[in-house]
Ligand binder design. Structure first.
Ligand SMILES: O=C(C[C@@H]1CCCCN1)Cn1cnc2cc(Cl)c(F)cc2c1=O
Ligand SMILES: [Mg+2]
Ligand SMILES: [Mg+2]
Length: 568
């Protein structure tokens, strides 16, 4: 292919809206263009990378026994009514009406649709297990689309659904998918970790996320430094050994004036107590009303754990006016004493024997508060956010934390959707039983961006060979100069005949522009045809290491083949 015929609109300037490397570089290198917030066009080189990622995913899904299908993006609301999710999802679900006024949504996921299909087509245990998957667009109206392809409102996902006769079957399908995901992310060149994950509203119990480690990642992973232990979890779900240290001496509760002293740190300093002896009260708004969550002063509430514990769909910190109304005091003076709200108490709070809490009146706190004596402790749970340094829940060593990009997530769903959509089968004895499901997603466009986050330098992208838009770039420094053009054309045609993905930069551009573009786009191997062409010599350059070799043009094919075999 000749670059003069290809649309690769590279940019010198960094687009202002791009905050992370992958967004900046995919724009500058001419791989994507923004259409609207969270909505992108994939340009030719971007599409070539996607095609490579998709074919790796397809190979591994097929190897695991998956059968590829393609479901509609337009989903009739009726399916979502049957699963009860039409009302559950809010503005994130793109809804529309057809010309007859019938309700549809643009598919954010396909549990309902695939389960309805299987309900209609599977009758017998002989048809199980069944693994069906698709690769296609998904739509989620994110409140804050950002970071380019990392969080879009339209994106490409591979979603596979497993259908088994029982839980043992599901565990086998889940294990196969876990291994298939490990192969996919290894092959595309990502440094990733599989971590225990929260299942969210999808239901089910077991879930893992595949995290590409990157500072630009929105997810926080906590993990045990000891590889033999191997504990790793999304912080939404992560646990640590609770501190069962008793704090403070029991004593009579007292009201003390704490003028303008609000935060746990301020109250601790004012009262001369350690922060962990403060008991924080945070008021949350849910669709079932207000709730007060209590954690030690040195902890944060984990809102995902709290939401799961309460079984609510919406959970948001109550704003100041709501807190005033509910407690009679501004935030910072809220407390559990005499509070007419349901309390959820973190387990560690029980070990605070003389706590300080807001007195539900301005500028006042109670001290020597004893949980159980001074406020009810019926509802105790693990609702605290684990942080770096907390003891590993398995082996006690201090946990570490790192940021990650969630490129895949797998779930053991169970029978939630099969019961809702009537997907049953008859076993050997003719007994009717619900199909046991799993669902498994990979963010295809997000994976491309994650690869760029992990593979770039200040010059541009460094594509791993397996997903590069082209394997080799032939770069004649001065295309009008005869020996250079002839040698470049000769090498270009030789490689093409061998089926190597080679691009020839035949533009009449200044050499500097050509070199800068070559490094920006990130072709893995570059063959520069310059002044040595007259003696039949060319320069090979590896984008990843910058290493260069001056070789005779007759050695090029052998060198390129060796590089392609070496796979980076
Ligand atoms: O999608 C999943 C679970 C798995 C992920 C892997 C592939 C199959 N689905 C979870 N989820 C996330 N965001 C959503 C957003 C909207 Cl607006 C919605 F209506 C539903 C969902 C939703 O169900
Ligand atoms: Mg989540
Ligand atoms: Mg997730």
């Amino acid at each position: 292919m000749r670059l003069t015929t290809w649309l690769v609109p590279t940019l010198r300037e960094v687009p202002a809206e791009a905050e992370v490397a992958s967004h900046r570089l995919l724009l500058r290198a001419g791989f994507i263009r923004r259409v609207a917030a969270g909505i992108y066009t994939l340009l030719p080189l971007g599409k070539r990378v996607l095609a490579k990622i998709e074919s790796i995913v397809r190979e591994e899904m097929n190897r695991a026994g998956g059968q590829e299908i393609l479901m509609p993006i337009l989903q009739p609301a009726e399916l979502w009514h049957r699963s009860g999710r039409w009302e559950v999802y809010g503005p994130e679900l793109f809804r529309l009406k057809d010309r007859h006024g019938r309700d549809f949504c643009l598919g954010p996921t396909h549990e309902e649709m695939i389960t309805a299909l299987v309900a209609a087509e599977v009758r017998s245990y002989k048809q199980l297990p069944l693994l069906l998957y698709q690769i296609g667009n998904k739509y989620r109206d994110e409140r804050r689309p950002r970071f380019g392809l990392l969080r879009g409102r339209e994106f490409i996902m591979k979603d596979l659904y497993s259908f088994d006769r029982d839980w043992a079957g599901l565990e086998e399908s889940y294990r196969k998918m876990y291994e298939a995901y490990t192969r996919v992310f290894t092959r595309v060149g990502l440094n990733f970790r599989a971590v225990e994950a929260d299942t969210g509203a999808i239901g089910g119990s077991v879930s893992h996320e595949f995290m590409a480690l990157a500072d630009a990642g929105e997810a926080v992973v906590v993990y045990c430094p000891d590889a033999a232990c191997g504990y790793a979890a999304n912080v939404e779900k992560a646990e640590s050994l609770p501190s069962l240290e008793e704090i403070g001496e029991e004593g009579p509760m007292e009201l003390v004036a704490t003028p303008g002293v609000r935060s746990a740190e301020e109250v601790a300093a004012f009262l001369g107590l350690p922060v962990k002896q403060i008991i924080k009260t945070l008021i949350y708004r849910t669709e079932k009303g207000l709730v007060a969550a209590l954690v030690r002063g040195d902890r944060e509430v984990n809102e995902v754990k709290l939401q799961n514990h309460l079984g609510v769909l919406e959970l948001e910190l109550a704003d100041e006016s709501l807190v005033e109304e509910a407690t009679g005091a501004p935030p910072g003076f809220a407390g559990p004493i005499g509070l007419s709200l349901p309390l959820v108490v973190d387990r560690e709070v029980l070990y605070v024997k003389a706590g300080a809490v807001g007195a539900n009146r301005p500028d006042a706190h109670y001290i020597n508060v004893l949980p159980g004596r001074d406020f009810p402790v019926q509802n105790v749970a693990d609702i605290r956010q684990v942080s770096e340094g907390d003891p590993c829940p398995r082996c006690g060593q201090p946990l570490l934390s790192v940021r990650g990009i969630e490129v895949g997530q797998i779930f053991q769903l169970g029978d939630k959707y099969s019961r809702a959509l009537n997907a049953y089968y008859l076993d050997e004895k003719g007994e009717k039983r619900p199909i046991i499901m799993g669902c498994y997603g990979i963010g295809i466009t997000r994976t491309m961006a994650a690869v760029v986050e992990q593979h770039h330098d200040e010059e541009g992208i460094i594509w791993p060979l397996a997903v590069a838009p082209f394997q080799v770039l032939v770069l004649p420094v001065n295309y009008e100069e005869v020996p250079q053009r002839e040698v470049a054309e000769e090498i270009y045609n030789l490689l093409r005949e061998k089926g190597i993905e080679v691009l020839l930069d035949d533009r009449e551009e200044r050499p500097g522009v050509k070199f800068k573009d070559a490094d920006l786009v990130g072709y893995p191997l570059r063959i520069t045809v310059g002044r040595h062409a007259a003696e039949g010599k060319v320069e090979l350059k590896l984008r990843r290491t910058g290493e260069t070799w001056l070789v005779d043009k007759d050695e090029v094919l052998e060198k390129v083949a060796a590089f392609l075999e070496g796979k980076d």
